[in-house]
Design a binder for this molecule. Structure first.
Ligand SMILES: Cc1ncc(COP(=O)(O)O)c(C=O)c1O
Length: 436
């Protein structure tokens, strides 16, 4: 694996932080051993720079490749665009076609804007909400990207984002003038939002949240949020950057029967090609015309074409059914094997966004050893697994067989305190504790 590892060492001298996305940092998985770079990815398989082949039982493009890497139908549509001009002085007609498709899937919405990244699209949504209401404050739950409006939460109080995403997330460079403009609340804790509204009521432009993540709403949580937003005149923004296209074709909120004023999509929507959408009611979305939201690269053609091909394939094949099936197989496998090997393990997440944690003070060392043992067996594997349409039952069976070996070794090492002896490098860094 020397080429991949050498290149990553060089990257750290040229690229601050090494990667463009925190969740792709090798240190989060297996420091000094994780093959940081790929030469080829196809379906659920990926090759590193040294020609080693792995089955991706980790995050599959950090949740972007919902159909699998290099999907032939999406790629065929993209190749057609490349041959016919991907950029021009005129606009891409597929922007309109995609808007119609998104509105057909989400009948409560009437208008659509586009970006290319999830966090960027959330910033667009927040700008529209602020423009619409003439208010500055945002109440939020969960993770929404790297932009100033969101990181400002940590200006108010260093620990404000703890329990939401990254404990200790640094807001350096975010203007101090934004201090006190964003207010976090926890999922299923309606009283926290009620307290924010009681205090800042008429300053709140938007309530921004994922409609669902690790677990579903309890006690009419989403409906109560909807009522609060409506009564308070705040824009309800559902961040569907990661949750959409997992349990259904479109936003997961459709399954809950609660309509937001704006919903935001990215990641899976283009199967990895950059495309993001902000959809909303005409009443709210027209406010985009009262401010300035505009970018050259938002007009390129590959994004909307890839999204059209991805969504149509998703709908045609009920891709979510496969994701749920494969994710459930893996979750059940983890539980059964943990019991059999006596490993203290807990499983969480909807099947298409599956996670496990190893309990106890050595949990971090244990999950690092899991990545190491699985890599040796030909799998990119970690404490999270986001299945794709490309994963086969045979791949899952092979993965669970290797997992049984790994869990057995880890359980024994936890008992006789030999975890550190078995690890060939440092313990993985923690980060992205996406607690909502
Ligand atoms: C809920 C949610 N919002 C926003 C983002 C940011 O999206 P991106 O990384 O495409 O900017 C993410 C990414 O993980 C996310 O999960």
């Amino acid at each position: 694996m020397s080429q991949s590892l050498d290149l990553y060492r060089k990257a750290r001298t040229l690229i601050p932080g090494g990667t463009q996305l925190l969740s792709k940092r090798p240190e989060l998985f297996l420091p000094e051993q994780w093959p940081a770079y790929y030469s080829k990815a196809k379906g659920a398989e990926v090759w590193d720079l040294d020609g080693n082949k792995y089955i991706d039982m980790a995050y599959n493009g950090i949740g972007a490749c919902v159909l699998g890497a290099a999907d032939q139908d999406v790629d065929a549509a993209v190749k057609h665009v490349i041959e016919n001009g991907q950029m021009s002085s005129l606009n891409a007609p597929e922007e309109v076609e995609l808007a119609e498709l998104l509105i057909e899937l989400h009948p409560w919405a009437q208008m659509v804007r586009y970006g290319r990244c999830g966090g960027e699209a959330m910033a667009i949504a927040v700008r529209i909400a602020r423009a619409k209401t003439g208010r500055d404050h945002i109440a939020f739950c969960g993770y929404h990207g790297w932009h100033d409006w969101y990181l400002a939460a940590n200006l108010a109080e260093d620990k404000a984002l703890d329990g939401h995403l990254l404990p200790g997330l640094e807001p350096k460079g975010v203007p101090r003038g934004l201090k006190g403009t964003v207010h976090p609340f926890h999922y299923n804790k309606i009283e926290e939002l009620e307290a924010i509204v009681a205090k800042h009521g008429k300053d709140i432009a938007a309530i921004a949240m994922e409609p669902m993540r690790d677990h579903g709403p309890e006690d009419g949580f989403l409906k109560k949020i909807r009522d609060i937003a409506t009564k308070n005149g705040s824009v309800l923004i559902f961040d569907e950057v990661t949750s959409a296209f997992r349990m259904n074709t479109g936003g997961i909120h459709l399954l809950e029967g609660v309509d937001p004023d704006i919903a935001v999509f990215a990641k899976a929507m283009g199967n990895g090609y950059p495309i993001a959408a902000v959809i909303g009611t005409e009443n709210v979305m027209q406010a985009a015309q009262t401010t300035f939201i505009s970018s050259t690269n938002w007009t390129e053609r590959i994004g909307p074409v890839a999204a059209l091909a991805t969504i149509r394939k998703h709908r045609k094949h009920n891709v979510h059914e496969h994701l749920i099936h494969i994710g459930t197989m893996v979750q059940e496998g983890w539980k059964t094997i943990a019991k059999k090997t006596d490993l203290p393990l807990h499983v969480s997440g909807i099947p298409p966004l599956s996670h496990f944690g190893i309990d106890g003070k050595d949990g971090e060392a244990a999950r690092t050893l899991f990545a190491q043992l699985m890599l040796e067996r030909g799998f990119l594997a970690h404490k999270g697994f986001y299945p794709t349409f490309a994963h086969t039952k045979e791949q899952i069976a092979a993965y669970l067989k290797a997992t049984e070996e790994a869990f057995g070794i880890i359980a024994k090492a936890m008992k006789d305190s030999s975890l550190m002896k078995l690890l060939k490098g440092p313990i993985a860094h923690s980060g992205f504790a996406r607690l909502t």
